[in-house]
Design a protein around this ligand. Structure first.
Ligand code: G3I
Length: 375
C-alpha cells in the first residue's frame, strides 16, 4: 500500500466515524477528567522520576534555524531521534559515499545538552536514495546492506542509546507470507534480511539497544489486529533463531476516533511482547486531529484525551522504557503535509503549540508520566 493509499484508507476510516466521533469525541472529552499537571517540571524530568525516558524527533533544518525549538527541546527532551538525518537518502548521496554531516550535528547537539541519541533507521522501504534501484541487486544486496550497517553503526558506536534497525517490516495487507512487507530488501533477500541487519548491527555496536520499529499496531481495528499477530510471530521467530533483537518500537501515530483504541487489547499485546523478554519503546507518538472540532480549545482537549488514554494504558506495562513524540511543536510536524485538515486549519498534533507553549496535550503526557508506575 503506498503512502497515498494509506492516506485514503485512513481518511475513509476517519470520515466513516466522523459523525460518531463528533458526538463521541465531545462527550468523550467531557467524560475524561483533564486539567493542568502539577508543578512546572518538564516532561524529561517527570519521565526520569519514574525511570522512563521522554524524547522527540527533530529535523536538522529547524533545529539549526529555530532557537525557540532548540531551547524547548533542551528543556523538555531527554532523548533525540533525527527525523530523517540517519536515513539512507540523507547518509548516502552516492553508492560509494557516506555523508554524516547532519547526523554528526544532531549527535553533537545531543551530547552538549546531555540528551540521549537514538538512530532511525538502518533498513526501511522508504527514503532510499535515487541510485538504489539501479545499483542494488540480488547478487550484491547482502554486501550492500552489511556495509551500510557496519559503516553507519560503526561511525556512532558507543554513542547511540538505540537503533531502529528494521522499520515497518510487516504489511499484512500486501498478502505476503507471514504478513511480511514486500519491501525492496524482502524482494532481494527474503525474510532473512532482518536477521542479517540485526546481526550486523550487534557485531558493530554491542552497547546499542537494537529495535524492530513497527507501525499499525495500536488501534482496535482488523488491520492492526493482524499486524499485532504477525509482529508477535516475527518476534518469536527472531528470538528462536537467536537474532539479537532487544526491543519492539511501536510508532503510535494515533488516529482520532476514540472507538479505534482499546486499552485492554493494547495492554494484552504489550504483555505478550514483554513475555518474550523484550523492552518496548513508544517511538513516534502523535495524534492526527484532522476531523476534530474546528474550535481549537475543543480540538486540543480531544487530542489531549487521546494522549492520556493511550499513555495510561502503555505505561502500565513496565517493559515500556521510553516515549518519544514524532515532533515537539505543532510548528514542525510531518502531519501538516501528510494529514492536512479539510478546513485548511493548521494541525495541532503535538505537546507544544507553534509558539512552543505547553498545550493540553503536554499536560496529558505530563500526567501520564506522573501517574505511571516507577520502573
Ligand atoms: O532534505 C530534503 C531537501 O533537501 C529537499 O529540498 C526536499 C524536497 O522535497 O526534501 C527533503 O527531504 C525530505 C525529508 O523528509 C526531510 O525533510 C523528504 O523529501 C521527505 O520525504 C521526508 O519525509 C519524512 C518521511 O519520514 C520520509 O523519510 C518525514 O519528514 C518524516 O516525518 C517521516 O517519518 C516517518 C518515519 O521515518 C517512519 N515512521 C513513519 C513516519 C511518518 O511517515
Amino acid at each position: 500500500m503506498t503512502e497515498k493509499d494509506e492516506a485514503i484508507m485512513g481518511r475513509r476510516l476517519f470520515l466513516k466515524h466522523a459523525a460518531a466521533l463528533a458526538l463521541a469525541g465531545i462527550s468523550f472529552g467531557q467524560r475524561c477528567a483533564w486539567g493542568q499537571a502539577n508543578g512546572d517540571a518538564s516532561l524529561r524530568e517527570r519521565a526520569a522520576r519514574k525511570g522512563l525516558i521522554y524524547g522527540s524527533a527533530v529535523s536538522y533544518g529547524p533545529l539549526t534555524r529555530d532557537t525557540g525549538l532548540a531551547a524547548s527541546f533542551v528543556r523538555e527532551c531527554g532523548m533525540l531521534v533525527p527525523e530523517s538525518e540517519l536515513k539512507w537518502e540523507t547518509l548516502r548521496p552516492s553508492p560509494d559515499k557516506f555523508d554524516f554531516t547532519q547526523g554528526d550535528f544532531m549527535l553533537d547537539f545531543a551530547k552538549k545538552n546531555n540528551i540521549l541519541l537514538r538512530g532511525h533507521t538502518l533498513v526501511w522501504h522508504q527514503a532510499l536514495p535515487k541510485w538504489f534501484g539501479t545499483v542494488v541487486n540480488s547478487q550484491n544486496a547482502e554486501q550492500v546492506l552489511r556495509n551500510h550497517i557496519t559503516t553507519v553503526v560503526g561511525h556512532y558506536a558507543g554513542k547511540m542509546h538505540s537503533w531502529d534497525v528494521v522499520n515497518e517490516a510487516i504489511a499484512t495487507w500486501e498478502k505476503q507470507p507471514d504478513g511480511m512487507r514486500n519491501s525492496p530488501w524482502y524482494k532481494l533477500l527474503g525474510p532473512k534480511y532482518i536477521d542479517i541487519a540485526f546481526n550486523a548491527a550487534a557485531a558493530t555496536d554491542p552497547n546499542a539497544m537494537l529495535v524492530l520499529n513497527m507501525d499499525h499496531l495500536e488501534h482496535d481495528v482488523k488491520g492492526d489486529d493482524q499486524g499485532r499477530s504477525a509482529t508477535l510471530k516475527l518476534l518469536r521467530r527472531l528470538k528462536s533463531s537467536k537474532t539479537p533483537v532487544h526491543a519492539l518500537g511501536i510508532e503510535s501515530h494515533l488516529g482520532m476516533d476514540g472507538e479505534m483504541f482499546s486499552a485492554e487489547v493494547f495492554r494484552t499485546f504489550l504483555r505478550d511482547v514483554a513475555e518474550l523478554g523484550l523492552k518496548i519503546m513508544i517511538t513516534e507518538l502523535d495524534v492526527t486531529d484532522i476531523i476534530f472540532s474546528q474550535n481549537i480549545n475543543k480540538r486540543d482537549r480531544m487530542v489531549a484525551n487521546r494522549y492520556e488514554e493511550f499513555l495510561s494504558a502503555a505505561l502500565e506495562e513496565k517493559a515500556v522504557i521510553g516515549v518519544l513524540t514524532w515532533g515537539l511543536s505543532d510548528k514542525y510536524t510531518w502531519l501538516s503535509k501528510y494529514r492536512p485538515r479539510d478546513d485548511k486549519a493548521a494541525v495541532r498534533p503535538l505537546p507544544l503549540d507553534e509558539n512552543f507553549n505547553r498545550k493540553p496535550a503536554w499536560n496529558a503526557i505530563a500526567r501520564a508520566f506522573d501517574n505511571a508506575p516507577k520502573r
